[in-house]
Design a protein around this ligand. Structure first.
Ligand code: AMP
Ligand code: FE
Ligand code: FE
Ligand code: ZN
Length: 298
């Protein structure tokens, strides 16, 4: 069984629609697909309809913007929460507001550096995304011919420490872990040692997060070297955390993140779903259907 648990669509900063993502997943030979747009569940229904058509098992998820006490960002994957739980909704609204609110400042800084793009240019690139962000600013720079690819826009202008970087609100990590659990879902830290979102998460910190309810860590990710993967795998096993592997596919938006380029072991998916089911039972939340609700694992 081929399982990829972390992907994006144009509902956030991917470049394909939810329907197209599911079709691409089927074409890539995936049996199970995790849809994890940033800070929104808006793509779930469309993806679920396509998944039924294509015979792909869909794991409804999100990738949540959180931060450590020192301010550093951590991306938290949340699988199968009820996205209408009030506490979670309130945090997501705050995060989404902060995402879009900084666009004028980023544009102003780019203007100062001689790049004549406008907020409207960014909005055009963003289309009707639920989660506006730096990727759409990057797309506006590509469209205007200032850089060749999104990656280049980040490296030159948009990464932390570059001239047009502007921070934004992110929810405290342990609080978000608790909110997802109360919403009947299970959490996995995305690319914990990733090069694009460097956090400070040694094994001791991961142990504390596990005690706060964390369900797993993403071990196999393109941002992790073979050595980091070995280390993270050992930490996960030691701490009894679920370990996942995923593409973090963004369509054309990220190079070298093809669907299925990293996979999750079926036993690990089973553990993840068991933890989600336990949280759902504890919370009584109206959680979404799991991946095998429509078709049994095959
Ligand atoms: P934002 O959420 O607006 O701060 O933008 C962060 C998003 O930009 C992440 O979710 C990534 O998908 C993307 N991103 C971050 N760093 C890079 C990079 N160096 N190249 C391409 N995309 C990136
Ligand atoms: Fe992204
Ligand atoms: Fe991420
Ligand atoms: Zn991601």
């Amino acid at each position: 069984m081929r399982i990829d648990l972390h992907t994006h669509t144009d509902v956030s900063d991917g470049t394909t629609s939810p329907t197209q993502l599911v079709r691409d997943a089927a074409a890539a030979g995936l049996d199970v697909l995790g849809l994890t747009d940033h800070d929104t569940a808006r793509g779930w229904d469309e993806a679920a309809a396509a998944a039924r058509e294509e015979g792909v098992a869909l794991v409804r998820g999100m990738e949540l913007s959180t931060r450590l006490d020192d301010g550093r960002g951590v991306h938290l994957l949340a699988y199968l929460p009820d996205p209408t739980t009030p506490g979670l909704v309130a945090e997501l609204e705050r995060v989404l507001g902060g995402r879009g609110g900084r666009v004028p400042e980023m544009v102003a800084r780019l203007n100062e550096h001689g790049m004549a793009i406008t907020v409207e240019d960014v909005a055009r690139q963003a289309g009707d995304t639920a989660a506006l962000g730096r990727p759409h600013v990057a797309d506006a720079l590509v469209a205007a011919g200032y850089v060749a690819h999104r990656d280049d826009a980040f490296a030159a202008w948009l990464e932390a420490g570059r001239p047009a970087y502007v921070g934004r609100y992110a929810a405290p990590l342990t609080r978000m872990i608790g909110l997802v659990e109360q919403a009947g879902g299970v959490t996995v830290i995305a690319h914990p040692w990733g090069r694009h979102d460097p956090s400070s998460l040694p094994a001791t910190a991961l142990a504390e997060l596990r005690d706060a309810g964390l369900g797993g860590i993403e071990v196999d990710h393109q941002d992790h070297s073979p050595e980091q993967r070995r280390e993270l795998r050992a930490i996960a096993d030691d701490l009894d955390l679920v370990r996942t592997g995923s593409s973090d596919h963004h369509g054309e938006g990220k190079r070298d993140h093809d669907l299925g380029c990293n996979l999750t072991d079926p036993e690990q998916l089973e553990r993840l779903l068991a933890r989600a089911a336990a949280a759902a039972a504890r919370s009584g939340a109206a959680v979404p259907p799991g991946p095998f609700a429509d078709q049994p694992p095959g």
